[in-house]
Design a protein around this ligand. Structure first.
Ligand SMILES: [Zn+2]
Length: 369
C-alpha cells in the first residue's frame, strides 16, 4: 500500500501580520515585541521536520501539486469574495472576515494550499495511492462561500469535493472534521446537499460561539446529512472514542460514502492554546485507525486527510506524526513525551457519565439508535 504526502514549502509563507495569539496588536494589546499569530507556520513546519528526522517522510510518496485555479474556487465561493480576497492580498493584506487576517500574497499561498488537497484527492480517486495526506495551510474549514473566517480564506475541502465531482464524477462523500472547533464553513456550504455528509466533532461553543449544536442536521434535500457532535470542554480520549462508536461510525455506515475526507485539526490536544480538550497522540492515532477501518469497509479505503488547526509548537508534531504513522502503516521510534501527563488529567467518572448521557441523546436525536 502507499500513502501520498502532499506538501509545498510555499504554504508556510502565508503571514497574518503582527498579532498575539489571535488578537491584533493595538489598544490594550501590546505590540512591538515580535508576538506571533497562533496560526503561524511553525506548528506545521515542526511536524514535517519530525516526520523527516524520524524517517517517516522517506516511507511516503512526497510531492507537491499544482495550485488551484480561480475556476476551482468559483465552484464554491462567490466571485465578489474571490475578487475581494485577491485585491486585499495584492494590496498588502488586511481582514477579510472574522478572525481572518491575510498578508501580502496570501491569495497565491491559499491557491497552493487548496491545490494540495486537490492533488491528494486526485491521487486517491485515480488509484495512484491508497490514501493521502495534504499539509494544507492556510486551513479551510471555517471559510464561508462569501467570507473568510477563523484563519481560513478558502474552503479547501469544499473546493476539493466540487473539483472531484466535476473531474471524477464523484458521488457521495463524507467529511469528518475532528478539529476542536466547529467545521461551520463546510457545514454551511453543504447544508442542503444530500450527496455530502458533514460530521463535526468539536468542543461546544468554542469557535464559532453561536453554531455547532446537535440539532443542526441539514435542510431540504440535505436533511440528515449534517451531524454535529459538540463535546463538553475538558473531555478527553474516552469522550472521543464513545462519540466514534455511537455517532461517527454508525452515521458513516448509514450514509455509505464513496470517499472520506478528514479535516485533521490537531487542536483537541491537551496543551492547545485555543481550546480546552484533553486528547494525546494515541487518541489521534486511534481515531485514524477507526476512520481508516471505516474507509476500508465502506469505500475501498479511499481516505484523504487535510490539515486544519493545531496551535501548540511542542505538541502538533507528535499528534500529527501519530496520525500519519497510522495512515501509512509505518511506525517510527518516536515516543510522545506528553502522553503520561495528559493521560493523568483525563476527566473523572462523573464527567464521563454526563458526557455519555449527552452522546446517547445525540445518537437518539440523529436516529442512530
Ligand atoms: Zn481549530
Amino acid at each position: 500500500m502507499s500513502t501520498g504526502f502532499f506538501f509545498d514549502e510555499y504554504c508556510f509563507w502565508h503571514t497574518t501580520g503582527e498579532h498575539v495569539l489571535m488578537l491584533p496588536v493595538g489598544g490594550w494589546v501590546q505590540g512591538g515585541d515580535g508576538g506571533s499569530h497562533a496560526e503561524a507556520p511553525s506548528t506545521k513546519r515542526r511536524m514535517k521536520s519530525l516526520m523527516d528526522v524520524s524517517g517517516l517522510t522517506a516511507k511516503l510518496d512526497l510531492q507537491s501539486a499544482p495550485a488551484a485555479t480561480v475556476d476551482d474556487l468559483l465552484r464554491v465561493h462567490t466571485k465578489g469574495y474571490v475578487d475581494k480576497f485577491m485585491a486585499t492580498s495584492k494590496a498588502g493584506g488586511g481582514y477579510i472576515g472574522i478572525d481572518a487576517p491575510c498578508g501580502p500574497g496570501t491569495f497565491e499561498v491559499a491557491l497552493q494550499s487548496a491545490g494540495l488537497g486537490i492533488g491528494a484527492v486526485d491521487a486517491v480517486l485515480s488509484g495512484r495511492h491508497d490514501n493521502a495526506y495534504a499539509l494544507t495551510r492556510p486551513p479551510g474549514h471555517h471559510c464561508q462561500r462569501d467570507e473568510g473566517m477563523g484563519f481560513c480564506f478558502l474552503a479547501n475541502s469544499s473546493i476539493v469535493i466540487e473539483w472531484a465531482k466535476q473531474k471524477h464524477g464523484l458521488g457521495k462523500v463524507a467529511v469528518l472534521d475532528w478539529d476542536v472547533h466547529h467545521g461551520n464553513g463546510t457545514q454551511n456550504i453543504f447544508y442542503d446537499r444530500p450527496d455530502v455528509m458533514t460530521i463535526s466533532l468539536h468542543q461546544e461553543r468554542c469557535f464559532p460561539i453561536d453554531q455547532g449544536d446537535a440539532n443542526e442536521r441539514g435542510e431540504g434535500a440535505g436533511e440528515g446529512t449534517n451531524l454535529n457532535i459538540p463535546l463538553l470542554p475538558g473531555g478527553g480520549h474516552a469522550a472521543y472514542m464513545e462519540a466514534f462508536e455511537k455517532l461517527v461510525l454508525p452515521a458513516l455506515r448509514r450514509f455509505r460514502p464513496e470517499l472520506i475526507i478528514v479535516a485533521n485539526g490537531l487542536d483537541a490536544n491537551g496543551v492547545d492554546p485555543l481550546a480546552r480538550m484533553l486528547l494525546h497522540s494515541d487518541s489521534f492515532r486511534e481515531m485514524t485507525r477507526l476512520i481508516k477501518a471505516a474507509a476500508d469497509d465502506l469505500c475501498y479505503g479511499r481516505l484523504v486527510l487535510m490539515h486544519e488547526g493545531g496551535y501548540s509548537d511542542a505538541y502538533v508534531p507528535f499528534c500529527g506524526l501519530a496520525v500519519i504513522e497510522e495512515l501509512s502503516g509505518h511506525r517510527t521510534e518516536v515516543e510522545d513525551p506528553l502522553v503520561p501527563a495528559i493521560t493523568a488529567q483525563q476527566p473523572n467518572a462523573a464527567f464521563d457519565d454526563l458526557q455519555s448521557r449527552l452522546i446517547a441523546e445525540m445518537a437518539e436525536g440523529a436516529g442512530l439508535v
